[in-house]
Design a protein around this ligand. Structure first.
Ligand SMILES: Cc1cc2nc3c(=O)[nH]c(=O)nc-3n(C[C@H](O)[C@H](O)[C@H](O)COP(=O)(O)OP(=O)(O)OC[C@H]3O[C@@H](n4cnc5c(N)ncnc54)[C@H](O)[C@@H]3O)c2cc1C
Length: 318
């Protein structure tokens, strides 16, 4: 959706061969699944040591080995160091890989709300004037049947701060107003969290005996909700190369498999990273000519079924 216009470009699962466009899964469930997968792997082959409550303090990588020193002083060495320590990855930086950062100058406020009207399981991306709103449908609350959604409100940080100071009731009313009451009254049902909106594209994904993945390999703008999916894709892609090297009896930290991983993951992520940046730039420009172009693009794109099919397939990971 664009500005105050009630018009919306709709992208439905009917454009794909699937019965849904995607699934929204709460992060705590993803973390639990990751934990269960770790326990399962450990039970099957045992060679996993989990260290919690400590941080990587120092990294030293050379042709022989990657060596880590933790904040506690413990040291570890390996043939390959893989970093998944966020888009601002201090480990990536420590091995000398720079990154292009695009700071959108905005802060995202994330929370959950209950709302009066049903969302019909439609996810919204609403480029309003002066604000961006995303609404991610959740299942109704089982006991009360209340309609629920996760909301992401993007604003300059100085306009987010007063919202954090509002009491729950006033905050719900403010959100309903920002959503132009399209889903009726809103009530806050979670804590509020904020994140800086910064896209990050590292110059390289690998170095000597080093690879980065997850957000450390590409820090997406969340508009297409691809970040975590790309993270999983990076794990699959790197694991494929390492497994092949291991099966061939070669060094898993050798440049060959790492270069192949870098090529594959760059190809899979960079086009969407750049396209997203362009779309967001246009749809957050509130100058009058941009507003007119925004509206025109949305109306034209809505009539271009092949274009919408392309987006639907991309969202559905096909
Ligand atoms: C507001 C918002 C909405 C989003 N919505 C979606 C969505 O709808 N769908 C989607 O797919 N993705 C979404 N994403 C993106 C998604 O959250 C990320 O892609 C994902 O969390 C990246 O996982 P990660 O493990 O690579 O990094 P992170 O989740 O950033 O985790 C990095 C970890 O590294 C640890 N760490 C950092 N430094 C050190 C150190 N020195 N030593 C030890 N540990 C360290 C941190 O403590 C942290 O636990 C969203 C992101 C934001 C901010």
């Amino acid at each position: 959706m664009n500005g105050r216009s009630p018009f919306a470009m709709r992208i439905g699962h009917g454009l794909t061969a699937r019965s849904e466009l995607g699934w929204l899964v709460s992060n705590h469930l993803i973390r639990r699944a990751a934990w269960d997968a770790l326990q399962d792997s450990r039970a099957r082959h045992g060679h996993i040591t989990l260290i919690t409550g400590d941080a990587v303090a120092r990294v030293q990588v050379d042709a022989d080995a990657a060596r880590l020193t933790l904040a506690s002083g413990a040291t570890h060495s390996a043939r390959l160091l893989v970093a998944a320590d966020s888009r601002f990855s201090p480990t990536r930086r420590a091995v000398g890989i720079g990154a292009t950062q695009h700071d959108f100058g905005r802060t995202m406020l994330v929370c959950q709300v209950a709302h009066a009207q049903p969302h019909e399981h439609v996810a919204w991306e609403w480029f309003g004037h002066g604000q961006t709103l995303a609404l991610l449908p959740m299942n109704d609350e089982p006991a009360s049947g209340a309609h629920r959604a996760s909301v992401v409100l993007t604003l300059p940080h100085q306009r987010i701060e007063p919202l954090l100071a509002l009491d729950d009731q006033a905050f719900g009313a403010e959100l309903a107003r920002r959503f132009e009451h399209r889903l009726g009254a809103m009530r806050l049902i979670s804590t509020r969290h904020t994140y800086p909106l910064v896209g990050v594209l590292p110059h390289r994904l690998v170095a000597e005996r080093f690879a980065c993945l997850g957000d450390a390999a590409v820090g997406m703008h969340p508009v297409t909700a691809h970040g975590f999916n790309f993270g999983l894709q990076s794990v699959t892609s790197l694991a494929r190369e390492l497994r092949a090297a291991h099966a061939a009896g070669s060094d898993i930290g050798a440049p060959g498999p790492l270069a192949r991983y870098q090529r594959a993951h760059r190809l899979a992520t960079r086009p969407l990273y750049e396209a997203t940046r362009l779309v967001v730039r246009l749809y957050t420009d509130d100058a009058r000519p941009a507003r007119l172009v925004r509206d025109a693009v949305l109306h034209v794109a809505d009539r271009l079924t092949p274009f919408k099919r392309l987006i639907a397939h991309s969202l559905a990971g096909q």
